[in-house]
Design a protein around this ligand. Sequence first.
Ligand code: NAP
Length: 246
Amino acid sequence: MIQEKIAVVTGASRGIGKAIALKLASMDMTVIVNYAGSKEKAENVVKEIEEKGGRAEAVQCDVADFAQCQRMIEDVHKRYGSIDVFVNNAGITRDGLVMVMKEEDFDDVIATNLKGTFNCIRFVSRIMMKQRHGKIINMSSVSGVAGNAGQVNYSAAKAGVIGITKSMARELASRNVNVNAIAPGFIETDMTGALSEKVKEQAVSQIPLGRFGKAEEVAELAGFLAGDKSNYITGQVFHIDGGMVI
Ligand code: NAP
């Protein structure tokens, strides 16, 4: 009998996280759909998965809060018996030029994107090491690789996520746990929906493939990294950006 796999996707109520949750559910995994505030949206993601014959549950947890992450992860593990895939996807932006950036805008972005990743892997790594298998996928960004004007907070956090990914890959490889990062460029979600038309046009002009990506395209990559076909890949950063950073 094949044991069902349990996947947790943070920030899965919308955008890229939602698309990843749907993809992993289509791969026959039971998916924990984490959200911060969008309860109804997360429950709709669960409904969509169940309507397609899959299994899912919505779980509220602010990834910026260490104790909440411990509670969520230990509770999921206790109730389901394993955590086979963990996707650190939750993220926010608070863009602004550095000379006018508010201190809390720097702190909030670091707390969610960078510390939030640590808060989760701190507890999930112990579980996966004991199981002697697991896949961790961390959401970085082209901004963390190449930088972006107006995003010192976000690019610092996303570069930090790459550092976490590489160190963790080295720490966990002997226990058969793979840790990789995805660095998307501009993807059509609420996050990029907030950009002005002028900024969007400028962005498209820098993308060799000439368009924004779709959340489902990122989800395909995440699905590959979460599945068995990527068993020999760890510590890598995968760009999915239409050729923005080559
Ligand atoms: P999005 O549409 O704004 O959705 C963000 C998701 O993160 C939501 O589900 C939100 O939950 C959740 N979230 C935010 N703060 C959270 C917290 N403290 N605890 C738990 N969940 C939290 O964003 P997206 O565009 O899909 O981005 C997803 C990831 O990809 C992020 O890490 C982002 O930095 C990265 N990324 C995005 C792009 C892009 O172009 N879109 C490019 C590169 C990288 P609620 O709905 O409950 O608020």
